[in-house]
Design a protein around this ligand. Sequence first.
Ligand SMILES: Nc1nc2c(ncn2[C@@H]2O[C@H](COP(=O)(O)OP(=O)(O)OP(=O)(O)O)[C@@H](O)[C@H]2O)c(=O)[nH]1
Ligand SMILES: [Mg+2]
Length: 465
Amino acid sequence: MYQYKGLEDTIAAIATPAGQGGIGIVRISGKEAIAMADAVLRLQGAKTLVECKTHTVHHGWAVNAKSGEMIDEVLVTLMRAPKSYTAEDVVEINCHGGMTVLRAVLQAVLNAGARLASPGEFTKRAFLHGRLDLTQAEAVMDVIHAKTENFLRQSQHQLKGELSTQLKSIREELIKLYVMVEALINFPEDGIDAQSRQQILNRISVQEKSVAKLLGSSQSGRILKEGIRIVLCGKPNVGKSSLLNALLKEQRAIVTDIAGTTRDVLEESAQMKGIPISLVDTAGILEPRDLIEQEAVSRSHLYIKSADLVLLVLDHSHPLEEQDRLLMEQIKAARALVVVNKMDLHGKLDISVPKKIFGTEHVIKVSALKAQSIQDLEAKIVESILKDKNFDTHGILISNIRHIKALDEAQKNLQDACRLMNENTSLEFISEELKAAVNQLDAITGRNIDEDLLDRIFSEFCIGK
Ligand SMILES: Nc1nc2c(ncn2[C@@H]2O[C@H](COP(=O)(O)OP(=O)(O)OP(=O)(O)O)[C@@H](O)[C@H]2O)c(=O)[nH]1
Ligand SMILES: [Mg+2]
């Protein structure tokens, strides 16, 4: 691990979000944290934190050290190194939750000698002191940004170090293999017979499969983290906006019996079975009457193109029209479901046509108005999102692009190693591939990472974390 120089300073920041709240916290971490806190605190009983035990809470006042003027009544938590978030001495001052108060307390701490922390610097210190590895540090941010409980659960697994444990076991086996191959290179007189060669090949192949399994989870990991975009399309008046409202369970889009009610794209967030969904209602206009409608139509097409899943809405109470056929033709290559809406009305639509184009299992009848079969539609949506994907929320899901890239490289190295073994290539080349694969795994956990990359990772954190 590289030596980071910034650890000498004591850092401070407001750890709670900007705005008003019940409480707000100013966090201080570093060698001088306790002394600096003492400089701005007047604790009850005239005690100082220096004399207090770790993991204790104290009542008192934050003051302007120069003027002695009181800033706020506070509760102070003391956590001595190494049992703290950063593994350094940490003091957290719980103030009233207003920005003016918090800024004044923070300023007092800075006046006492602390440096303003940069984004993610507290977590970075936890990493640099070896309390967390990089996957765990990144999981901290994932926990904060989790959009669904499902993803939160995943991030908690990673925060506990479950990904690191899996990577460690792959790494250990690769190191053993590397040492073995190096020994064979250095003591060629011992030679390597075909059987040993095959054994090494098998063992590399087992590790390649473990990496492949982790990588295989990345599609569902990304879905769980970022969600997917579902776009509703269909000709005017078929009930797209009504369906959006039914799926959201609130009256979000305007619904009328006038064709061309929706004149712009409307995007709303929802969740289906723990997956974050962005639902997009588009304008059904087919023949734009003016510039605004023209723009709406071209936007609708862009959204349809970018959709992870398209819901083509048809009207059960009308026979299929040319416009429906055109739309079916346009989206048949995309991942799509056909929703035959208005099933509460007398049916005039020949449902066999969409069934033939999209397959029976991709066509579903609902009534947005009467909320009939909406749950069945949700189940179908989830099924088609997760189709062909390894989606096991109890196992480890890879969702971080950085991890995906490194695992991808490691997999290539291991595949190359297997291929070279098969081709009876000189062992030096196998050894190189094994070393490169280990380096990729080490980059994920942060064992060997350059300072720039580290700074980039932590700069995406919030201040105070
Ligand atoms: N009977 C019945 N009427 C429905 C159903 N869904 C929608 N409607 C009615 O159909 C009309 C059009 O609904 P919208 O949701 O505005 O249709 P749209 O596809 O968004 O229309 P545009 O925005 O104009 O493209 C309204 O009068 C709705 O009340 C349904 O399931 N059954
Ligand atoms: Mg509409």
